[in-house]
Design a protein around this ligand. Structure first.
Ligand code: PEP
Ligand code: MG
Length: 325
């Protein structure tokens, strides 16, 4: 019944025993932001800025980007907006940005690697984001970080751009938070080191599953191997969340797992602070959270951490969900 579902959109996601988790949306445009608010988004956990670049015939300039980011922030009011810097390459191409054909594009010249190599392009985007930060609660997030040097280089370019803007007398949020996607296994493994330096993490399970299990996320022939309930993934998630919290840092999730109602009990038990998903999944996930008891979810996680196959975990989680909601 539509009115019952609409009620879930307006509610916060709170378990039976009072544990709250923040629910955000993954978006690409200002129109998406308006729809996400209607569906009950409490923030934007992932703005995929490459969608803005992909909609243009040539590189969008600073002013154009500034206007888009500013409009999204205006739509979101006092809610926070995590803007991910350009994540191009892999399966996402720009006609006007010639990247030589590669044998393994998902392991190649993409995302933050490309931005660090093409600094003017990166600086233009950071200027637009920082200027928009004067109008709302923006956070900056880097995609595809694989090592601490990359993070430090990208972070220092943000500082450099802040310096430029200061000199020009432009307003921006001096305390803007800067974080990273956790989507490359090397970062998940080294999460404790990263947690000391970043302001926040957001776990990108789409790529984290692909890289950890060595399973192409686009290849249907092997999609039976692509499973976020694989025990290697659950263990990595635990490593990342615990590392973040030990350092007092916020950790969200913006990959497809965050929008899977069946994953909700494990994600609650792991202790994620936020789940960000496509707007259409929000009501289902809020409903799932409202059916759960955190203490039972924690007992489930204990059991799951002893299991060694994705199949066993999936069956266990499915029967748990049937009995709880
Ligand atoms: C991810 O990898 O999980 C993610 C959210 O980013 P994208 O799907 O854009 O690669
Ligand atoms: Mg990704």
């Amino acid at each position: 019944d539509e009115s019952v579902w609409q009620a879930y959109a307006a509610q916060e996601a709170v378990t039976q025993d009072g544990h709250r988790i923040e629910i955000g949306a993954n978006i690409g445009t200002a129109a998406d932001a308006r729809y996400a608010v209607e569906q009950g988004a409490e923030g934007i956990g992932l703005l995929r800025t490459e969608l803005i670049y992909m909609a243009e015939a040539s590189l969008p300039d600073e002013e154009m980007q500034f206007n888009v980011y500013k409009e999204i922030v205006r739509v979101m009011g006092d809610k926070s907006v995590i803007i991910r810097t350009l994540d191009i390459g892999g399966d996402k191409e720009l006609s006007y940005l010639k990247i030589p054909k590669e044998m393994n594009p998902f392991l190649g010249y993409r995302a933050i690697r490309l931005c660090l190599d093409q600094k003017p392009l990166f600086v233009t985007q950071l200027r637009a984001i920082l200027r928009a930060s004067a109008y709302g609660k923006i956070k900056i997030m880097f995609p595809m970080i694989s090592g601490i040097e990359e993070w430090r280089s990208a972070r220092s370019i943000v500082e450099e751009v802040k310096g430029q803007l200061r000199t020009e007398g432009r307003v921006f949020d001096e305390n803007i938070q800067v974080g990273i996607m956790v989507e490359v296994p090397s970062v998940a493994v080294m999460a404790r080191q990263f947690a000391r330096e970043v302001d926040f993490f957001s776990i990108g399970t789409n790529d984290l599953v692909q890289y950890t299990l060595a399973v192409d996320r686009m290849n249907e022939k092997i999609d039976y191997l692509y499973d976020h309930f694989n025990p290697a993934i659950i263990n990595l998630l635990q490593t990342v969340v615990n590392a973040a919290h030990a350092a007092g840092k916020f950790v969200g999730m913006c990959g497809g797992m965050a929008g899977d109602p069946k994953a909700v009990p494990l994600l609650l038990a792991l202790g994620l602070d936020e789940l960000s998903m496509s707007a259409t999944a929000i009501r289902k996930v809020k409903h799932a959270v409202s059916q759960m008891e955190l203490t039972k979810c924690k007992a489930l996680l204990e059991d799951v951490l002893k299991m060694s196959t994705a199949q066993d975990i999936r069956l266990k989680v499915e029967s748990f969900c049937e009995n709880n909601g």
